[in-house]
Design a protein around this ligand. Structure first.
Ligand SMILES: [Zn+2]
Ligand SMILES: [Zn+2]
Length: 291
């Protein structure tokens, strides 16, 4: 199923936060862009996988992508202090992407963290996120505005905003059962694109064009399930076709359904039959560096 969306740029006003002094130390130790994968499973985790989440470190700016139910544990395992996270991107409202959000806010309040968490997400889910915190931790919901600032991105159109100097955040709608945004981060000629949960989308061809890393939904295998109808998710083959069309350098396959536990090699082979660039099917917490 393919779906096209208008290519407009209706974006919210954006106000960046000042980096904290401790992050300058971090800047000296780390190269330009680091991707730490915290989880790669679909909604129901399997084979030791956590739900999809990752951290992108761009110089002294830290992005967390998704906040599933175990997100604090995932950050702890990767030795990343949640207070260091300045930006959180949430692609859509499904539980494997948001159920840890109230816990991130709880940590923010009690740590306490110095700066508010800036949450970039589809405009239509902000009310649900606020309600989630109010429902499960009503005693801290009055602190939400102090510890969290929402940046709504349009759920039906493309949007690009410049945040910290030299970093551009872009989003575009993809094809899923609920409003869902894919993400692109560009910095100093390097780029990471994340498809979020999506059926094969023509939008991704242009959106991921020339990306250094394309992280794409591979919920299914076309080899093992050749007649599966792709309504909400993609196969490894479909992800590879998008990586090839976009001329991405590296393809990372994530959001693997639990029924394929232990068959990661097959996903690699399926993608490699289409895409000649580097392919990674991560199973555990891992780090990739772009210099
Ligand atoms: Zn999901
Ligand atoms: Zn989903």
């Amino acid at each position: 199923m393919h779906q096209e969306f208008p290519d407009e740029s209706i974006c919210p006003e954006f106000r960046a936060v000042e980096p904290k002094s401790q992050l300058l130390i971090f800047h000296e130790r780390w190269p330009m862009l680091t991707l730490t994968i915290l989880g790669t499973s679909a909604a129901l985790p399997s084979n030791g996988r956590f739900n999809v989440a990752f951290v992108i470190q761009v110089r002294d700016t830290t992005f967390l992508i998704e906040s599933g139910p175990n997100i604090l544990h995932q950050l702890q395992m990767a030795e990343i202090d949640p207070c260091r996270v300045q930006y959180l991107f949430i692609s859509h409202i499904h539980g494997d992407h948001v159920l840890g959000f109230p816990l991130l806010i709880l940590h923010r309040v009690f740590a306490p963290c110095d700066d508010p968490l800036i949450v970039i997400c589809p405009d239509v889910i902000i009310g649900d996120l606020k309600q989630m915190v109010a429902s499960v931790y009503p005693e801290i919901s009055s602190h939400l505005e102090k510890h969290c600032r929402f940046v709504p991105h349009p759920s039906t159109t493309r949007c690009s905003v410049d945040i910290d100097p030299g970093i551009t955040v872009s989003t575009i709608p993809v094809i899923h059962g609920v409003p869902t945004l894919a993400l692109r981060l560009d910095c100093s000629g390097k780029s990471i694109v994340y498809s979020a949960d999506t059926a094969p989308s023509q939008n991704m061809h242009q959106f991921a064009a020339g990306s250094d890393i394309l992280i794409h939904d591979a919920n299914f295998s076309a080899t093992l399930d050749p007649i599966i109808e792709l309504v909400d998710h993609s196969t490894a083959r479909a992800a590879a076709e998008i990586a090839r069309a976009a001329e991405a350098k590296t393809l990372i396959l994530i959001h693997l359904h639990k029924k394929y536990a232990g068959q990661e090699q097959l996903f690699y082979q399926e993608a490699a039959s289409i895409f000649s660039g580097r392919i990674i099917v991560p199973t555990h917490i891992s780090t990739l560096v772009l210099t």
